[in-house]
Design a protein around this ligand. Structure first.
Ligand SMILES: Cc1cc2nc3c(=O)[nH]c(=O)nc-3n(C[C@H](O)[C@H](O)[C@H](O)COP(=O)(O)OP(=O)(O)OC[C@H]3O[C@@H](n4cnc5c(N)ncnc54)[C@H](O)[C@@H]3O)c2cc1C
Length: 444
């Protein structure tokens, strides 16, 4: 059995998309990388709607072919029912050469982890990181418990990447993890064996047609603040509620166990409720998470970098989580590579990484934030700087997503900050009058 070494150049905590990306890229650059992962993969995790931009990272990581082989469900676009308006966007309009997906995350993440291993990262699963000591550049200690042999141990490294997701080990240890004041949502989700779904043009189709006519991701507003997703996968349908604290309090007051309350809440979601097959809810599949959004107070320091959800997270409404994981994992690898090649660059690498991430988080945050609230005014200049550097394609997609969920006003302050910054525009969406349910089904 392979054993965890006493030292390595880099330790990565967590084998989700961001950890696998950082480990893979650093191993490819020739560094000795050890990745410690609490779970045995494939492991369960929420977040199945994937944007087409991810392929540029999977190409760099050498994971594209293995992912393509899995034939994940391709999605054609998004459908929202927001402020009583049905709107659709399709990825076809953006000329993407690669598809957007609805994936089974356990399989998706497992492929990324195995690819990192093939590229030379040393992966140790079922090892729980218990504590850390960050002692300045080139001197980090990671304390772990290896559940396979029941032993505790320590590994020292020059650089640490915290990719531990919502566990956010470094941010908690250093005391700067801050829940996002404006996004204190809760989510409850579950899996149905099947459901009807919305295709392009507003046709509501049975699950059996998902390969001939691909699904869109369904996003349905709940009250003023909440929303619900519907993600058709190969063998099941993921449905999740995202609720404000007030809505969650109401949810808790309902009768029944978690599954019953989840079903009863789904029955109240306009449109979705007409597409679900309630008796196909997979028993035991309902899960809940609270306070998953937090603000990026610090993102890197002398010898450590935060990636993915361990850095920050917003509302998942625009499917930016996994993409953000790839981006931040890759940026951390580049920053560490630069620092290890040239000591003189290391302070700059920390600064630059923090600035780039803060910018990207600020844009994701503005694209998801309910209009009229923003407790973090300092985010606007970062968002502006990030938008200035973003490709036109990415800006256009984000803006279109904002149109679909009525968030475009969040950009007004950006335009005021820099009157020369060209206003974002998009015509790549369609307003629909109604959904076309099969005859005898409900119609809006
Ligand atoms: C309700 C909800 C819906 C979402 N929907 C979407 C979506 O549709 N599309 C999308 O792109 N994103 C979505 N996301 C976000 C997305 O799932 C995350 O952004 C993504 O998983 C982040 O990847 P990561 O690698 O940072 O962390 P993770 O994927 O969470 O991986 C972290 C890893 O760290 C390991 N770990 C934790 N603690 C320790 C420890 N002490 N020691 C060792 N290992 C440890 C965990 O076992 C885990 O494998 C959603 C999130 C939520 C909350």
């Amino acid at each position: 059995m392979k054993s965890i070494p006493l030292k390595s150049d880099v330790v990565v905590i967590g084998g989700g998309p961001s950890g696998s990306t950082a480990a893979n890229a650093l191993a490819q650059a020739g560094y000795d990388v050890v990745l410690l992962e609490k779970a045995k993969h494939p492991r369960e995790v929420v977040g199945e709607s994937i944007l087409p931009f991810v392929w540029k990272y999977t190409d760099l990581l050498g994971a594209t072919k293995a992912l393509q082989k899995m034939r994940f469900m391709e999605k054609s676009g998004g459908t929202t029912f927001w402020n009583n308006q049905l709107t659709q966007m399709t990825f076809r309009d953006f000329d993407f050469q690669t598809p957007a997906l609805h994936v089974e995350r356990n399989i998706f993440d497992d492929i990324l982890l195995r690819t990192a291993e093939q590229k030379g990262a040393r992966i140790f699963e079922e090892v729980i990181v218990k504590d850390l000591q960050l002692n300045g550049y080139d001197n980090q200690d990671v304390f772990y418990f290896d559940t396979l042999n029941g032993k505790s141990g320590k590994i020292s490294c020059r650089y640490l990447v915290d990719a531990s997701g919502q566990a956010a080990l470094v941010a908690k240890k250093l005391g700067f993890r801050e829940y996002d004041k404006d996004l204190r949502f809760m989510s409850i989700w579950g899996y149905f064996k099947e459901s009807d779904y919305v295709a392009l043009g507003g046709d509501v189709l049975p699950f059996s047609q998902r390969y001939e006519t691909p699904p869109t991701t369904g996003i349905y507003q709940i009250g003023e603040w909440g929303w619900c997703w519907q993600i058709v996968q190969n063998d099941q349908v993921s449905v999740g509620l995202v609720l404000s604290p007030e809505q969650f309090s109401e949810f808790k007051l309902q009768d029944g166990n978690l599954e019953e309350r989840f079903l009863s809440a789904c029955r109240k979601v306009p449109l979705l409720s007409d597409m679900l097959k309630y008796d196909t809810l997979i028993p035991g599949s309902v899960r809940a998470i609270r306070d998953f959004a937090y603000y990026p107070r610090e993102l890197a320091g002398k010898g450590w970098f935060l990636t993915g959800d361990a850095a920050a997270f917003v509302d998942p409404i625009n499917s930016a989580g996994v993409l953000g994981g790839f981006y931040t994992g890759y940026m951390a690898a580049m920053a560490i590579d630069d620092s290890l090649k040239n000591n003189k660059n290391r302070d700059y690498a920390v600064e630059r990484f923090s600035e780039l991430l803060r910018g990207r988080m600020a844009v994701y945050r503005l694209s998801a934030l309910p209009v009229g609230v923003n407790s973090y005014q300092e985010m606007y200049p970062y968002a502006l700087s990030c938008l200035k550097q973003m490709s036109d394609l990415e800006k256009e997609l984000i803006y279109t997503q904002m149109i679909l969920i009525n968030r475009t006003e969040n950009l007004d302050i950006i335009y005021q900050l820099d009157p020369d910054f060209r206003r974002l525009t998009s015509k790549k969406y369609t307003l629909l009058d109604e959904l076309h349910f099969p005859a005898s089904s409900p119609v809006v």
